[in-house]
Design a protein around this ligand. Structure first.
Ligand code: SF4
Length: 393
């Protein structure tokens, strides 16, 4: 059994959204804007102003301690090491003397060189997530990525030379024109780098994106579902051979390298989201509360400057919503699953009291149901979305 580096149940994660990119990829519907000049100093000051205004309030208790810091985007690596370091220091100081276990920076290979990578490490980043997406130049071009496969591989090697040990890589499958042979080649090349973590994303086409329009007018065709499933299965086998644990539906890691921050989301651990469009979640009081910021970066900065917060909306969870969410997130964790005692302690009922189709899914081999936990099987992981939308029906 691998060392499970899940986040401590009583700590808090901090997510910082950096919404700027050098250009907009045609498949992307994340909250990001293409920006020639990034308002780094102004935005970083807003993030810290927002943090200082909310920590100690809204049920955010400093005493809980800081479990992880995660810079996501957009492209956080467009920021300088000095700006990233300033935010890390501000957030860490706000929580007290203890350093967070994990500080992750998402890195676009187009934005880094040896000096910047070393700067990020010295600034306090101890984990990189490199958004390679593919290691095939034709597919990278089709995706509108600015970097080549060689550049992605170089970014990985330079990160190692800069002293990073904990490096992960993101890859996409189910891409138009991607063959199983090309996918195998990408996996083989990626595994040879010995990444500590691998995240896999099947391409989804979102309305309102250039890819969405191309699909609508017939200029883009998706791979058949069975090919996509075959690619996912191939990845599972290849990464298992490389020693990676398939610990979450889309995530694999060497033992001891599960993402602390993302494990916090799946376990319903408190998280402060800072920056444009960022979401925050507090598990108490009651059944939990969520709030989110204005999406647009300029609007976010204006509101922070004026009010100290940029909250656009919030919701207070009801017991039914919080427990359904906990069931679904629990099933995403393929090694931990839904732990009966934890669920009962939090909601006062057993998972099967809500999970109406548990017996049926178990009989079909999608679920392993033991006295302690309920875990998705590899067969269940292949059709997880379908199971999640029907599990309570
Ligand atoms: S780099 Fe990432 S966040 Fe930015 S546009 Fe491309 S996919 Fe979206």
């Amino acid at each position: 059994m691998p060392a499970v580096n899940m986040m401590k149940m009583n700590s808090i994660g901090v997510y910082i959204h950096i919404p700027f990119c050098l250009s907009k990829c045609p498949y992307c519907d994340f909250n990001s804007v293409a920006s020639g000049s990034v308002p780094e100093a102004r935005y970083a000051a807003c993030v810290l102003k927002e943090f200082n205004a909310c920590v100690g309030k809204e049920g955010i208790d400093r005493q809980k301690g800081l479990g992880s810091v995660y810079f996501g985007g957009g492209t956080p690596s467009v920021f300088s090491p000095a700006a990233i370091g300033g935010i890390i220091r501000g957030v860490t100081d706000g929580f007290g003397p203890q350093e967070p276990a994990e500080v992750t920076l998402e890195v676009n290979p187009d934005t880094v060189d040896a000096g910047r990578l070393e700067g990020f490490r010295k600034a306090g980043v101890n984990r990189l997530s490199i958004g390679a997406q593919s290691l095939d130049d034709g597919l990278l071009k089709m995706l509108g990525r600015r970097h080549s496969a060689k550049k992605a591989l170089n970014a990985f090697r330079m990160a190692r030379e800069a002293g990073f040990e904990n490096i992960g890589i993101d890859l996409m499958f189910g891409l138009p024109g991607q063959t199983l042979a090309l996918w195998k080649e990408t996996l083989k090349t990626a595994v040879a780098l010995r990444p500590r973590h691998v995240s896999l994303y099947g391409l989804t086409i979102e309305e309102g994106t250039p890819f969405g329009r191309l699909l609508k007018n017939g200029s883009l065709s998706l791979l058949p579902e069975e090919v996509e499933i075959e690619m996912y299965k191939t990845a599972i086998d290849t990464l298992a051979e490389a020693g990676c644990v398939h610990y979450e539906i889309s995530n694999f890691a060497l033992p001891g390298y599960f993402s602390v921050h993302n494990s916090g989301y799946w376990q319903g651990i408190d998280c402060i989201g800072l920056g444009a469009g960022a979401h925050s979640y507090m598990s108490a009081p009651g059944w939990g509360r969520r709030w989110w910021n204005a999406l647009e970066p300029e609007q976010y900065m204006e509101r922070i400057a004026l009010l100290g917060n940029a909250v656009e909306g919030s919701e207070t969870l009801k017991m039914g919503e919080a427990s359904a969410e906990s069931l679904m997130l629990g099933l995403r964790m393929l090694t931990k699953g839904i732990v009966r005692s934890e669920f009962k302690q939090r909601f006062g009922i057993l998972p099967e009291d809500m999970f109406k189709r548990l017996k049926e899914f178990e009989a079909e081999g999608y679920i392993k149901n033991t006295a302690d936990s309920i875990i998705l099987t590899p067969k269940g992981a292949l059709i997880s979305n379908e199971l999640f939308s029907n599990m309570l029906a």
